[in-house]
Design a protein around this ligand. Structure first.
Ligand code: ADP
Ligand code: ZN
Length: 600
C-alpha cells in the first residue's frame, strides 16, 4: 500500500481515491506543482492535506476565507491532524503559540491569510520551519476580472521565487477557460501539471419553474421534499431576503437572514449557526457562500433570476458536497426578465460592459427556457459535452414545445398598434388585459378597448400569456424599453414574426406532481427500516457537536451516518469499515455509536 492510500484509510477513513485525487497527490509528494480545477464537492482538500502529511514538514495553505479557518482546523483536529492558522483575528499570545508549534515541527498544516505574506516576518517565520508544500486555495481570486478578486493574491507568485523547491498546488472550482489562463500566468504555473475534472454534479437535481406565488412555491419545496434539511435560499435584494426569512420563520421553519446590510456580528452569528446546527435555512444575497464547505446543504433555491450561468452554477454547487441527493431549484418569471434588463440599462460602465451583462443574462434565460436537459446545457456552457442526465426537470417531465406563432403575432401587433396609432408604450400587464378583452378602469380610460387586437387572445389564460411574454423577451423578440418603467417594445427580429416569415416555438410547462415525501431528502433515499436509526444518529451527532461546540459535520458527515444506519455495525471492527470512520474518530466515538445502534 502507498503511504498516501494508508493516510486516506487510517486518518480519513475512506477506502479509495476519487477522480484525479491519487495522481494529484502523487505529483505533489514527488515534489511537482499542480493546478487543479475541480467542482465544489469534488474533494479538493485531500489533494493537499494528504501530501502535507506524507511529506516532511508542514503544508502551508493560503486561503482568503479567514472566518472559516477555525472550522477547517477543527475538522483536521477531529481526525488527528495537527493544524493551526495565522490571521488577523488572533491575539498576540495565540499567534505566538501557533508560530512556536510551526517552528518546532509540531504542525502538519498551517493556514495563512494571503495578507500575512506581505509582512516580511511571515516569510522569515516560514524559513525557520520546514515547508512541505504550498496550497493556494480559491486560486481564482487572482483573476482581476472575476468577482472574487483579492489584490493580495497577485503577490503569491513570490512563493515560487523565494522557495523554488517547495511544491505548489493551486485549486479552484471556477471552470472557465479565462480563469484557468489567468491562474496559470499569474501564479507562474505553466510547468505545473494541470488537472481539469468534469464539472458535472450528478447528485444535484436541477429544476427551474415558472414563478407564480414564489413564497408558497418555496414553502412547498421545503415542506414536501426538504423538511428538516439545511438549505440556502438566494434572493436579489436585502429587502426580499428579510421578507423571505420572516415568512419562513412564521411558517415554523428555522430560517436566518444574511446580507451585506446586516451588522457584521449578526452576519457572523447567523453564518456560524448555519454551519453548526442541523437543518437551518439561510436566506441570503449572493454575498453569502464562498468557501462555505458545509457538506450537507441539501437544497439551494433561487427566488430571483441569477445574473449569469457562472454565478448560478457556483451558487447551486454549494448543495450536496457530500455527494448525497440534493436539489437546485429556481423560480423565475416575467418580472425577473424585465427587472434585469432594466438593471443592465441603468448600470454604470461603458457600452461593451452592458453588452457583456446582456450576454450573460441571455445565456441564463436560454437555460431557463430550454426544452432540453438542463445539465447538458449547463455543461455545454462550460465547454463540456454530455448526454441527457435523467436527473433534472426537463429529463424527468419533459416540457412540450408548441407553435406560438399566432399568439406571438397578436402580442407583437398590440405593441406595434399602441406605438404607431397612439405613440404609447405599456408593460406586460396592460398588454395582456387588452388581449384578454378585460375592461379594467385603465383599459377604459385609455380607450384600449377599441384597439383591433382587443379580446383577440381570450383563448389563453393570463398565466399563459405571461409565459408568452416572458419567452418572447427571452428569445429577443420583445425588449424592455430603457425608460425605466419596464414598458415593452418590439425588436429588429420581431418584424419577421409579424410578417409571418418566422415561426415561434414556445415551451409549455408540464404539470408537476410534487413528491409526497415528508422526510428529508437524505432520509427519504434510505429503506424504511434504516430511517429511524439514521434520525437517532443525527440526534446523537447534534448532542456531540453542541458539547464540543463544533459544526455537526465535523463529528461525522451525513454520508457516514447513512452508512452506519444501513449496515448496523455490531462491533468496532465493523464500524471501522464504514466510509468516513478513521482511527481517531473510532477511538473517540466508537463505543457511543455502537450503543446508539444497539438501542435503536
Ligand atoms: P471541495 O473542496 O472540492 O469542495 P471537499 O474537499 O470539501 O471538496 O470534499 C467534499 C466531500 O467529499 C467531503 O465531505 C470529503 O470528506 C469527501 N471526500 C473527498 N474525497 C473523498 C474520497 N476519496 N472518498 C470519500 N469521500 C471523500
Ligand atoms: Zn437532464
Amino acid at each position: 500500500m502507498t503511504p498516501a492510500l494508508s493516510v486516506l484509510e487510517k486518518t480519513f477513513g475512506y477506502d479509495a481515491f476519487r477522480g484525479d485525487q491519487a495522481e494529484i497527490i502523487e505529483t505533489l509528494i514527488e515534489g511537482g506543482d499542480a493546478l487543479v480545477l475541480m467542482p465544489t464537492g469534488g474533494g479538493k482538500s485531500l489533494c493537499y492535506q494528504i501530501p502535507s502529511l506524507v511529506r516532511p514538514g508542514t503544508g502551508v495553505v493560503i486561503s482568503p476565507l479567514i472566518a472559516l479557518m477555525q472550522d477547517q482546523v477543527d475538522a483536521l483536529t477531529a481526525v488527528g491532524v495537527r493544524a493551526g492558522f495565522l490571521n488577523s483575528t488572533q491575539d498576540a499570545a495565540e499567534r505566538r503559540r501557533v508560530e512556536d508549534a510551526y517552528v518546532n515541527g509540531e504542525l502538519d498544516m498551517l493556514y495563512l491569510a494571503p495578507e500575512r505574506l506581505r509582512i516580511s516576518s511571515t516569510a522569515e517565520l516560514l524559513d525557520r520551519g520546514t515547508i512541505a508544500l504550498f496550497a493556494i486555495d480559491e486560486a481564482h481570486c487572482v483573476s482581476q476580472w472575476g468577482h472574487d478578486f483579492r489584490p493580495d493574491y497577485l503577490q503569491l507568485s513570490m512563493l515560487h521565487e523565494r522557495w523554488p523547491t517547495v511544491p505548489r498546488i493551486a485549486l479552484t472550482a471556477t471552470a472557465t477557460e479565462l480563469t484557468h489562463h489567468e491562474i496559470t500566468n499569474r501564479l507562474d504555473l505553466s510547468n505545473a501539471r494541470h488537472f481539469v475534472s468534469s464539472f458535472d454534479r450528478p447528485n444535484i437535481q436541477y429544476r427551474i419553474e415558472p414563478k407564480n406565488q414564489p413564497l408558497q412555491q418555496l414553502l412547498s419545496l421545503i415542506r414536501t421534499e426538504h423538511s428538516g434539511d439545511a438549505g440556502i435560499v438566494y434572493c436579489l435584494s436585502r429587502a426580499s431576503v428579510e421578507k423571505t426569512a420572516q415568512f419562513l420563520v412564521e411558517q415554523g421553519i428555522t430560517a436566518l437572514p444574511y446580507h451585506a446590510g446586516l451588522d457584521a456580528a449578526v452576519r457572523s452569528r447567523n453564518q456560524s449557526r448555519f454551519l453548526r446546527e442541523d437543518g437551518i435555512v439561510m436566506v441570503a444575497t449572493i454575498a453569502f457562500g464562498m468557501g462555505i464547505d458545509k457538506p450537507d446543504v441539501r437544497f439551494v433555491a433561487h427566488l430571483d433570476l441569477p445574473k449569469s450561468v457562472e454565478g448560478y452554477y457556483q451558487e447551486t454547487g454549494r448543495a450536496g458536497r457530500d455527494g448525497l441527493p440534493s436539489t437546485a431549484w429556481l423560480a423565475y418569471g416575467l418580472q425577473d426578465v424585465v427587472q434585469q434588463r432594466r438593471m443592465i440599462d441603468q448600470s454604470e460602465g461603458d457600452r461593451a460592459h452592458r453588452q457583456r451583462l446582456g450576454q450573460h443574462l441571455d445565456a441564463m434565460l436560454a437555460l431557463c427556457e430550454t426544452l432540453q436537459c438542463r445539465r447538458v446545457q449547463l455543461l455545454a456552457y462550460f465547454g463540456e459535452e454530455s448526454q441527457p442526465c435523467g436527473n433534472c426537470d426537463t429529463c424527468l417531465s419533459p416540457p412540450v414545445g408548441w407553435d406560438g406563432t399566432v399568439p406571438a403575432q397578436k402580442l407583437l401587433s398590440t405593441v406595434v398598434r399602441l406605438q404607431r396609432e397612439r405613440n404609447q408604450r405599456f408593460g406586460a400587464g396592460q398588454l395582456i388585459d387588452i388581449l384578454l378583452g378585460k375592461r379594467t378602469p385603465r383599459v377604459i380610460e385609455q380607450g384600449h378597448d377599441t384597439i383591433s387586437t382587443f379580446g383577440l387572445g381570450a383563448d389563453l389564460s393570463e398565466q399563459e400569456w405571461r409565459g408568452v411574454v416572458r419567452q418572447l423577451l427571452a428569445q429577443g423578440l420583445l425588449a424592455v424599453h430603457g425608460d425605466g418603467y419596464g414598458t415593452l417594445v418590439i425588436t429588429d427580429a420581431s418584424a419577421a414574426v409579424l410578417a409571418g416569415a418566422r415561426p415561434v416555438m414556445l415551451r409549455r410547462e408540464p404539470e408537476r406532481a410534487a413528491k409526497a415525501t415528508k422526510r428529508s431528502a437524505v432520509a427519504s433515499e434510505l429503506p424504511g427500516e434504516a430511517v429511524g436509526l439514521f434520525e437517532k444518529l443525527r440526534e446523537w451527532r447534534a448532542g456531540a457537536a453542541r458539547e464540543q461546540s463544533v459544526p455537526a459535520y465535523i463529528i461525522f458527515g451525513d454520508a457516514t451516518l447513512r452508512g452506519i444506519a444501513l449496515s448496523r455495525p455490531g462491533s468496532l471492527a465493523e464500524l471501522a469499515g464504514i466510509s468516513g470512520v478513521g482511527e481517531k474518530k473510532l477511538e473517540m466515538y466508537g463505543e457511543q455509536l455502537l450503543e446508539v445502534v444497539s438501542a435503536a
